[in-house]
Design a protein around this ligand. Structure first.
Ligand code: NDP
Length: 294
């Protein structure tokens, strides 16, 4: 059996090209591009890299992405006022506050101040609630990107047993909801799950989002399962590794994401998708979206 490598890096480049066409269409229809405000507070090195990549991707597809870089000692009230200003700014369709925020700033107060219509991260309780109910909404980028990856590789989800390792608000919980919405039978595991391996060995689709480097080995995986690795950690040599022991698992999986180059690039492409969707929802337009045949 040959294993399909789910190449998120390649697919994200395809998505970016499609988004460029969508943005051109939007400018033609509405006279302005979608706008995404990426707010960076402080000088965390990893955050600076993430923000640079997000703004760079926006530039590639033509999304307006002003730099909003604030010092680490920005008072809570000042940051709240900046969010209020962005909420009211008609040229801005999406607002993303890069996490983690410096200590001293209350994360939830800031995230929940973002207008739900501009909440491209999908963290606002209104959008989380809509996702639970099954209403159209902006859903978190990483799990949404994983659904796109599965779809573009024609991997069936309906009726499959899916096991999600991790129950965070950013990945695990929304992942479970998105899989359930597509008629998978979903089990969510976490650090207190009693027999983790028994759960994963029943799974047709395993999504690992624990932040536990290389924990998922061959014994966790049913032969032929689809394995999605969300984890990003650095090993002792400083190399990026996922939660899945790729070398051990790839030979038994039917499809698998590498780290790096799997889920990570899909997250950024989905952020741009969410920004375009936020624009369309706010402006009340629907685009006949260009899609590269696969
Ligand atoms: P969190 O730390 O918020 O959540 C980790 C989850 O894993 C928790 O629910 C935790 O359980 C569970 N967990 C931890 N240890 C175990 C274990 N031994 N067995 C079973 N479950 C366990 O992390 P995130 O969800 O934010 O991120 C997870 C990973 O994904 C990280 O490596 C992160 O860097 C990466 N990531 C990658 C992204 C990408 O774009 N590729 C985007 C976002 C995250 P409990 O709830 O009981 O504590």
């Amino acid at each position: 059996m040959s294993t399909i490598v789910l190449n998120g890096r390649e697919l994200s480049q395809t998505l970016l090209k499609e988004q460029q066409i969508q943005v051109e269409e939007i400018v033609r229809l509405k006279g302005r591009p979608p706008g995404l405000a990426v707010v960076l507070v402080g000088q965390d090195q990893a955050s600076e890299t993430y923000v640079r990549n997000k703004r760079g991707a926006c530039a590639k597809v033509g999304i307006f992405a002003p730099d909003i870089n604030l010092p680490a000692d920005t008072p809570q009230k000042e940051l709240e006022a900046i969010i209020d200003r962005l909420n009211a700014d008609p040229s801005i369709d999406g607002i993303l506050v890069q996490l983690p925020l410096p200590s001293g700033i209350e994360k939830e107060t800031i995230l929940y101040r973002i207008d739900p219509a501009k909440d491209v991260d999908g963290f606002h309780p209104v959008n989380v609630g809509k996702l639970v109910i099954g209403l159209e909404t902006l859903a978190p980028c990483t799990p949404t990107g994983i659904m796109t990856l599965l779809d573009r590789y024609h991997i069936p989800v309906s009726g499959k047993n899916a096991v999600v390792l991790g129950r965070s608000l950013i990945v695990g919980k929304p992942m479970a909801l998105l899989l359930m919405a597509r008629d998978a039978t979903v089990t969510v595991c976490h650090s207190r799950t009693a027999h983790l391996m028994e759960e994963t060995r029943r799974a047709d689709i395993v999504v690992a989002a624990m932040g536990k480097p290389l924990m998922v080995n061959r014994d966790f995986i049913k032969p032929g399962a689809v394995v999605i690795d969300v984890g990003i950690s650095r090993n002792q040599e400083g190399k990026l590794v996922g939660d899945v022991d790729y070398a051990a698992v790839a030979p038994v999986a039917s499809a698998i994401t590498p780290v790096p180059g799997g889920v990570g690039p899909m997250t950024i492409a989905t952020l741009l998708d969410n920004t375009i969707r936020a624009f369309c929802l706010r402006e009340g337009i629907s685009l006949q979206l260009a899609r590269t045949p696969s």
